[in-house]
Design a protein around this ligand. Structure first.
Ligand code: DC
Length: 244
């Protein structure tokens, strides 16, 4: 899989503008992307992976990219709130996010999910310079892969406003905390619920690319749906957009 660290060649803002104006833009990287956004614990990773598998296209977890930056800053003893230094790390680190998450040649798949990284990551995700760099790498990923299922918080709104399929997944606060506490074995339910509430707040109130529903996204409440029901719904949307 290609690395995610090549320098930028085109102006992302210009591409977004072109798309917002609704003009034909054949070179937009997200024209074959299924964009899946939503808060923590909404079930988007499980659904996104299953959809990618059924469509036989690649899958990109952009949250893992923000986690990898937070992890690298912490490993280097850099304060995750130090905007300039963390941005420098984001620009210089080599990052390959696929089944394993490779950071500067080291497998950090497990470490990026630690409670310490989880606590630090929303601060890192607020950093506009980090966001700019990771959005650049995400667009480059789509260009290199041709098609893909990409999940995050700003995929349909900022990264690929041109994506033909946009899904915003959500679920009740209790259900999301329940799901996350099953994944985070070393954290109690109350701790997970508090952490999710704090991250929801930071992610949706930050100035740059806050968690938001794209105007053309299909909103799916997964509180009482099975994974298979949601996967089938996204596959129908993908087929309708010619991606099936
Ligand atoms: O999906 P996750 O919990 O692994 O995401 C980790 C953090 O990264 C979360 O606090 C939100 C942030 N994030 C973001 O700001 N934009 C994205 N596209 C993906 C994740």
């Amino acid at each position: 899989m290609p690395s995610l660290s090549e320098p930028d060649k085109t102006g992302p803002d210009e591409r977004v503008l072109t798309s917002e104006l609704g003009e034909p833009a054949p070179n937009l990287p997200g024209r074959s992307v299924v964009a899946i956004d939503g808060p923590a614990g909404s079930g988007k990773s499980t659904v996104a992976k299953a959809v990618a598998e059924r469509l036989r296209i690649d899958y990109l977890d952009t949250g893992a990219m923000y986690r990898a930056v937070a992890f690298t800053a912490m490993r280097r003893g850099v304060d995750p709130e130090d905007e300039a230094l963390v941005a420098k790390i984001a620009a210089e680190m080599s990052l390959d996010v696929a089944e394993r998450v490779m950071v500067d040649g080291v497998d950090a798949t497990i470490e990026i999910r630690s409670p310490e990284v989880t606590r630090a990551v929303s601060g890192v995700a607020m950093n506009p310079l980090v966001r700019k760099e990771l959005v650049r790498r995400q667009r480059e990923w789509a260009t290199d892969h041709g098609a893909g299922v990409v999940e995050g918080r700003d995929i349909g709104t900022v990264v690929f406003p041109e994506a033909p399929v946009k899904v915003y997944m959500t679920a009740s606060d209790e259900e999301r905390a329940q799901r996350r506490s099953q994944e985070m074995l070393d954290m109690h339910y109350d701790e997970v619920a508090a952490d999710i509430a704090r991250r929801d707040h930071v992610d949706s109130t930050r100035t740059h690319a806050p968690l938001a529903v794209a105007p053309d996204a299909v909103v799916v409440d997964t509180t009482s749906s099975t994974v298979e029901q949601v996967v089938q719904l996204v596959l129908r949307l993908a087929a309708g957009a010619g991606l099936g």
